[in-house]
Design a protein around this ligand. Structure first.
Ligand code: DHB
Ligand code: FE
Length: 286
């Protein structure tokens, strides 16, 4: 059977992608950001996941106000990097996993979550920047990726509680797939940032670090946090953090198993307008 071996959490700041694409990772400004991922890059080479279930948000790229799916599961064989206004990033095409994605659709929808199924979709920085941070600049991504886009852009957005419950249903789906796959689930976006309005530039490092503490120790309690607290404390784009609860809900301890091992934790301000947070949790092997 397939197993979820680990969850990875990371911010997805587009300027990080530009720094990689333009060879600026050693610049004084960017060096400390990328230093926080050097352990992670070695770790993932050793882990060799077959599939990443990648929870992210589309930034009005594939979707627009014409169509606003709350939860969109990518079933295609391939997903191209999107043109977000400055040409597509020079990164490989994402190879999907249609068989596992179809199985997840069947299981999760029958588990009462209404997913939107997507057979054609370009993927923006929300998905490609986390891949670049973890894998660097390979000519092909080393594993399959199932994109899972969450609406955190246009209100109303899903609650943390619903995201946490959905993660549990996704775990059940993946772990009932009849093939021996090493699967990771990633939660991306955040941490505190606000890109517009009177509070543009807002960062709340104390709140972010408390969020990381609670994500590790008390994800169920954290999932009760109302969306207004994310926005008040972490800025309008801080709401991206609800996506981390999907990945956390898919970890073994939530289903009665052992607590995860904290492999890596990193926090850094600033990167563009955003506080960068990064966490790796591993499920204890049986
Ligand atoms: C920035 C961060 C984001 O999450 C995003 O989607 C766009 C921009 C930023 O920090 O500039
Ligand atoms: Fe974003």
């Amino acid at each position: 059977m397939s197993r979820i071996t680990a969850s990875v959490y990371t911010s997805h700041v587009p300027a990080i992608g530009a720094a990689i694409d333009h060879g600026k990772t050693e610049d004084d400004y960017w060096k400390p950001v990328f230093a926080g991922y050097s352990f992670s890059k070695q770790w993932i080479q050793a882990q060799r996941p077959d599939v990443i279930f990648l929870v992210y948000n589309d930034h009005a790229t594939a979707f627009s106000l014409e169509l606003i799916p709350t939860f969109a599961l990518g079933l295609a064989a391939e997903f191209s990097p999107a043109d977000e206004g400055y040409g597509p990033r020079p990164v490989p095409i994402v190879q999907g996993h249609p068989e596992l994605a179809s199985h997840i659709a069947q299981s999760v929808i029958q588990d009462d979550f209404d997913l939107t199924l997507v057979n054609k979709m370009d993927v923006d920085h929300g998905l490609t920047v986390p891949l670049s941070l973890m894998f660097g600049q390979p000519t092909a991504w080393p594993c399959r990726v199932i994109p899972f886009a969450v609406n955190v852009v246009q209100y109303p957005v899903p609650s943390g509680r619903r995201c946490f419950m959905l993660g549990q249903a996704i775990r059940k789906a993946i772990e009932s797939f009849d093939e021996d796959l090493n699967v990771q689930i990633w939660g991306t976006g955040g941490m505190s940032h606000q890109l517009q309005g009177a509070r543009a530039g807002l960062i709340n490092a104390a709140w972010d670090n408390r969020f990381l503490d609670r994500l590790i120790e008390d994800p169920s309690g954290l999932s009760q946090m109302p969306h207004i607290e994310y926005v008040r404390e972490a800025g309008s784009e801080g709401i991206e953090l609800v996506m981390w609860l999907i990945a956390r809900g898919a970890m073994a301890d939530v289903a009665g198993g052992k607590k995860p091992i904290v492999r890596h934790r990193f926090f850094h301000v600033p990167a563009s307008n955003t506080a960068v947070g990064h966490l790796i949790l591993e499920n204890a092997s049986k």
